[in-house]
Structure formats: structure tokens, C-alpha cells
Design a binder for this molecule. Structure first.
Ligand SMILES: [Zn+2]
Length: 151
């Protein structure tokens, strides 16, 4: 029996989920499928500049697993860039923690991950102000622009 795969913790969802090379008609285009956890590994290593140990820790997985996900992600990106393929980002085995939001007037509330992917909040549920922002969880680094567009 295969071991159940461990959930990989993801802090950030990519803002863009499809990349397409210019000048190639859609019907001629092949695409490469990157998963959300692969993109997260790339982000932690290449954008946040973390070493593999720290990246693995952040995702709640072992270093060899992190390394494997990262290698797979790099291979796919290289394949797309060098062979003129599109990149589609979706799926994967991952979990995202609930996001906490705070409004201008100090109200705080939790937004479940499923809801975040469909419709990130725009108003405070208590006072209806649009002046809301995500609260950063302690020890979770910076949150980047792109996913959460409302300011
Ligand atoms: Zn409020």
C-alpha cells in the first residue's frame, strides 16, 4: 500500500496561472503542467532565496522531498522556456492555512482557504469597510503582492 502523501504547506498562490509564448497559435501549443506545490518550492528557493532546509521546513516536508519538487519544477520551467511551451499552474498536493484579515476599524476575521481561491474578501463583515488587509501570521515571512489584490 502506498504511503499517504504528506500535505505540502503553501503560503502563496500564484497570481497568474497560465503563461503562453507569443506568436504561437493555441492549437499548436503544448503546455507544461506545474502544480501549486512546485511553484511554491520555486518561489521559496528562487524568489525568497531560502536554502533547501528552510524551504522544506516552511512547506512542512523533508529536505529530499523539497529537493525533488524543486528539481521537477525547474525541469518543467526549462522545458517550457526552451521548447516554446505554455505553462499551466494548477492542482497538486498542498494545504493552505486560513487567512486572517483585519479592517481599518480593528475587526479581525478568518477566511477559509477554499473561499480565498474563489472570492477573496472585499469588505469587513462587521462594519462593511473596504479598507481591509491580510494579517501576517507570525513567522510566516512577507506576503507578496499578486494574489491578494485588494488594499
Ligand atoms: Zn470592520
Amino acid at each position: 500500500m502506498p504511503r499517504p502523501r504528506k500535505c505540502r504547506r503553501v503560503e502563496n498562490l500564484p497570481g497568474t496561472t497560465y503563461f503562453k509564448p507569443a506568436g504561437i497559435p493555441m492549437r499548436m501549443l503544448e503546455d507544461v503542467h506545474l502544480t501549486i506545490d512546485e511553484v511554491e518550492a520555486l518561489r521559496l528557493k528562487e524568489i525568497e532565496d531560502l536554502d533547501q532546509e528552510t524551504g522544506a521546513e516552511k512547506m512542512g516536508i523533508s529536505r529530499p522531498t523539497f529537493q525533488r519538487i524543486l528539481a521537477s519544477a525547474r525541469k518543467k520551467v526549462a522545458n517550457a522556456v526552451l521548447n516554446g511551451k505554455a505553462i499551466r499552474i494548477e492542482g497538486g498536493i498542498f494545504a493552505m492555512e486560513n487567512s486572517t484579515y483585519r479592517c481599518f476599524n480593528g475587526h479581525e476575521w478568518n477566511v477559509p482557504f477554499e473561499e480565498m481561491t474563489i472570492m477573496p474578501p472585499e469588505l469587513c463583515p462587521t462594519c462593511d469597510t473596504p479598507q481591509i488587509e491580510p494579517v501576517l501570521a507570525a513567522g510566516h515571512g512577507r506576503r507578496r503582492r499578486g494574489w491578494q489584490q485588494n488594499r
